[in-house]
Each structure stands twice: as structure tokens, then as C-alpha cells.
Design a protein around this ligand. Structure first.
Ligand code: FES
Length: 124
């Protein structure tokens, strides 16, 4: 069913919470089930210094959220934008076919948060 990595990230999720005064905020909903993922970023010199997530969703959504935070922390914005939802699922050792749609939130929420940051900077 689930890989050991999925179970590990679900039972011991990394980077849970919300960054106060975040530089970028991204929230996306899964059209299939209505679950929601929210990502907050702290960005310094084009690098993701800190990232936190809150996910109101299933175990696979929590695991993919947790995994994507580990994948992008310390990365440049360009590198983070290159990480796809499929890459997150792959890093978890895959997801059952019926749960693949759950990985649609992870990288998307990060990308939305980065775009939110870039838009805010353009307005300053
Ligand atoms: Fe909604 Fe998994 S069932 S994200």
C-alpha cells in the first residue's frame, strides 16, 4: 500500500506550522476531494530559508506536503520552481494509483507561494 517513506512523513511530518510575517504564502485546494494545503515561506537572497505547511487533508497529502518542504528548504527559488508534483511523489517512493491525485497539491502550493513573493516584490 503505502511506502515506508510515506508512512514516516505522515506519522512524523516535518516543518508543520505557519511562518509569521511570511515572505510568500501559497494555498491550493484539491478539486477532487476539497482538501487544502497552505505553505508559508521565509526567503532571503533568493533562497528558501524556512518553509512551513498546514494541510487539511488525507495522509498522502500530509506526507507529500512534508516531503516537499524538505526538498525545497535551502534551495533557490528557480530550483524550487523546477520541482514537480510527480517528483515529490517519486521522492516518497511513489503513491498508490488511487492516491496520486493527492500529490497534486504539494509542489503547486510551493510554486504559488513563490509567485506570491515575487508579485509582492514587484509592487514594492
Ligand atoms: Fe484529498 Fe488525498 S484525498 S488530498
Amino acid at each position: 500500500m503505502y511506502s515506508e517513506k510515506v508512512i514516516d512523513h505522515f506519522t512524523n511530518p516535518r516543518n508543520v506550522g505557519e511562518i509569521e510575517k511570511a515572505d510568500g504564502v501559497g494555498q491550493v485546494g484539491n478539486a477532487k476531494c476539497g482538501d487544502i494545503m497552505r505553505i508559508t515561506l521565509e526567503i532571503e537572497d533568493n533562497i528558501i530559508k524556512d518553509i512551513k505547511f498546514k494541510t487539511f487533508g488525507c495522509g498522502a497529502a500530509v506526507a507529500t506536503s512534508s516531503m516537499v518542504t524538505e526538498m525545497v528548504k535551502g534551495k533557490s527559488l528557480e530550483e524550487a520552481l523546477e520541482i514537480s508534483n510527480a517528483a515529490v511523489a517519486e521522492a516518497l517512493g511513489g503513491l498508490p494509483e488511487t492516491k496520486m491525485h493527492c500529490s497534486n497539491l504539494a509542489a503547486d502550493a510551493v510554486h504559488v507561494a513563490i509567485k506570491n513573493y515575487q508579485e509582492k516584490r514587484m509592487k514594492v
